[in-house]
Design a protein around this ligand. Structure first.
Ligand code: PLP
Length: 325
């Protein structure tokens, strides 16, 4: 297969059957990390940039800015380099060092904010910095992954559609929630009469499902303010997973399947484990796996890192499920 641009290389039809993950359930992991940007966010990045292009807002050399915890920044840096746009990425200390380095090598300007916002996260600090830059530079354009419906549309047209064409409509589709672009794209696609029930998964400490704000250490999921794209009415249910469970699940996948998954994949699979008792026998469950674990070797897969930040990770999953319906 010959491609014209690096960002056209999207592998949307790869699923791993996690045999034995749960005795009564068939769990298929949709692998989104096997593209040149290494994550599901390549589709989001292309959609955000093409949306601006379609509105006539970009020309060669245009300056764009975005806030990201890592993967979108890598993907945008790739797309912007290929299309000759100048990118500034605003990120925070939770982003992994390798992703930040990748963005720089791909030519992006990098700004790291270090001050936590009122909810204990960094998102609002990042947004404030973007607003400041926009006020200073009228030609700068904000891609705004938190509000741009192009991200939802692309995940309906590509991510969700590829699930239907590759494996049919599953009984359940479990999707992690960051900006909620992937989630809402899937939820809008698998509306009734589809039998697929879409379950949204997030980390404890995120405010998206209405839980209290708290510190979070795994990038990708969660938000310290409710994402504008998120609409609880369109999902079957929500489940919040402690980060300890995510770390434990990542280690389990490595040990049992030889697969190194990213922290958000561990979180979503831990969400399946949490709800498994309520799911009908022989249900088919598709789980969206946004990226692989090689970018998390120094965090999720590092014992010292986990002991320091999530000291309970070596124990059993908490019985008291902080699940919301
Ligand atoms: C690893 C990882 N998982 C999950 C997500 C969440 O995707 P979305 O922003 O579409 O909700 C992201 C987003 O950056 C991510 O990087």
């Amino acid at each position: 297969m010959i491609f014209g641009s690096v960002h056209d290389i999207v592998t949307d039809d790869l699923f791993l059957n996690l045999h034995g993950f749960h005795g009564r359930l068939r769990v298929l992991l949709k692998l989104e990390g096997l593209n040149p940007a290494g994550s599901v966010k390549l589709k989001t990045a292309v959609a955000l940039v093409e949306d601006l292009e379609s509105r006539g807002l970009l020309r060669e050399g245009s300056r764009v800015i975005e806030s990201t915890s890592g993967n979108l920044g890598v993907a945008l840096a790739m797309v912007c380099a290929a299309k000759r746009y100048r990118l500034t990425v605003v990120s925070d200390p939770n982003a992994n060092a390798q992703s930040l380095r990748l963005m720089q090598v791909l030519g992006a300007e990098l700004v790291i904010v270090r001050e936590r916002d009122a909810n204990g996260g960094f998102l609002q600090t990042r947004i404030r910095l973007i607003e400041q830059r926009l006020a200073e530079d009228p030609e700068l354009i904000w891609l705004d992954q938190y509000a741009n419906p192009a991200s939802v549309a692309t995940h309906a047209a590509r991510t969700a559609h590829s699930i239907r064409t590759s494996v049919g409509d599953p009984d359940y589709l479990f999707v992690g929630t960051g900006t909620a672009g992937t989630l809402m794209g899937c939820a809008s696609y698998f509306r009734p009469p589809s039998r697929t029930r879409v379950v949204a998964v997030d980390s404890v400490g995120s405010v998206t499902f209405g839980g209290p704000a708290g510190p979070r250490h795994i990038p990708g999921l969660g938000s310290s303010r409710e994402p504008r794209l998120f609409d609880a009415h369109q999902v079957h249910r929500t489940v919040a997973v402690p980060e300890e469970d995510a770390v434990r699940m990542c280690r389990r996948l490595a040990a049992d399947y030889g697969l190194l998954v990213g922290g958000s994949t561990g979180t979503v699979l831990a969400g399946v484990e949490r709800l498994a008792g309520e799911l009908e026998d022989h249900s088919t469950i598709v789980v969206v796996s946004p990226d692989f674990g090689d970018r998390y070797l120094d965090t999720v897969y590092d014992d010292d890192w986990a002991d320091l930040r999530l000291p309970d990770w070596r124990g059993e999953p908490a019985r008291q499920a902080p699940a919301h319906t």
